[in-house]
Design a protein around this ligand. Structure first.
Ligand SMILES: Cc1cc2nc3c(=O)[nH]c(=O)nc-3n(C[C@H](O)[C@H](O)[C@H](O)COP(=O)(O)O)c2cc1C
Length: 199
């Protein structure tokens, strides 16, 4: 496939689509929520999750003060809510009140979990790392919320019941529809590719 290489790095959005999340925070009696597309899992033991937050965000101060945040995975149907919480600052608006965000009970942190989320991670900040115009907050996951599946306990298959919200950049969203999961069992595909050699 022919590609063009460039050193013009003013924008790079080629890693989209990315799952759009809502990160919540709480400090000194204030709840807040913001959209976050730059995030990811880092470790299973202990369970660690990273969110990249610009110091310009109101959330940055709340997370710094409290040492806590939650990451909420929301369905495609919540795209407008994500645009709302990602479109204004908690400095100017109480987003929970203004946008009617419904909270669900949490186990370990004071930052709220969103009722609309099909899954959420409660995180305590374990470390931070400045990364250019953003800062990485490395959270230890101290509680996981997920919807019980109608036909089994498999946490991996949440997408069978929910439609994860994908961000395409430039204020555009989509969902995977219809789902076309392809299973590539690693030992099987490796053995097939290597002519039956099992490693
Ligand atoms: C889909 C989407 C994804 C975003 N991802 C991030 C992100 O990963 N990190 C970040 O700092 N801001 C991100 N933003 C911007 C913040 O959500 C936005 O600036 C928000 O208003 C900050 O709210 P706050 O000032 O109340 O914290 C994103 C916005 C949208 C709409």
């Amino acid at each position: 496939m022919r590609k063009v290489a460039s050193e013009q790095l003013d924008s790079f959005y080629h890693h989209y689509p990315a799952v759009a999340t809502v990160v919540t925070s709480h400090s000194a009696g204030r709840d807040n929520a913001m959209a976050v597309a730059w995030h990811g899992a880092l470790s299973r033991r202990p369970p660690m999750y990273m969110v990249a937050i610009s110091p310009k965000r109101f959330s940055f101060g709340l997370i710094t003060q409290s040492g806590e945040f939650t990451v909420n995975f929301v369905p495609f149907e919540a795209a407008r809510m994500v645009a709302l919480v990602g479109g204004c600052s908690g400095r100017d608006v109480d987003k929970f009140q203004a946008f009617g965000l419904v909270k669900a009970p949490t186990l370990k942190v004071n930052a709220p979990v969103l009722e609309v989320a099909y899954a959420a991670y409660e995180c305590r900040v374990a470390a931070r790392y400045p990364s250019g115009d953003h800062e990485c907050f490395f959270g230890e996951i101290v509680a996981v919320h997920h919807r019980p599946r109608s036909n089994g306990p498999d946490q991996l298959a949440h997408w069978q019941d929910a439609h994860p919200l994908l961000y395409l950049g430039d204020d555009s969203y989509t969902r995977v529809s219809p789902l076309e999961p392809v299973r590539m069992e690693r030992p099987v595909v490796v053995a097939q590719a290597l002519g039956g050699l099992v490693l």
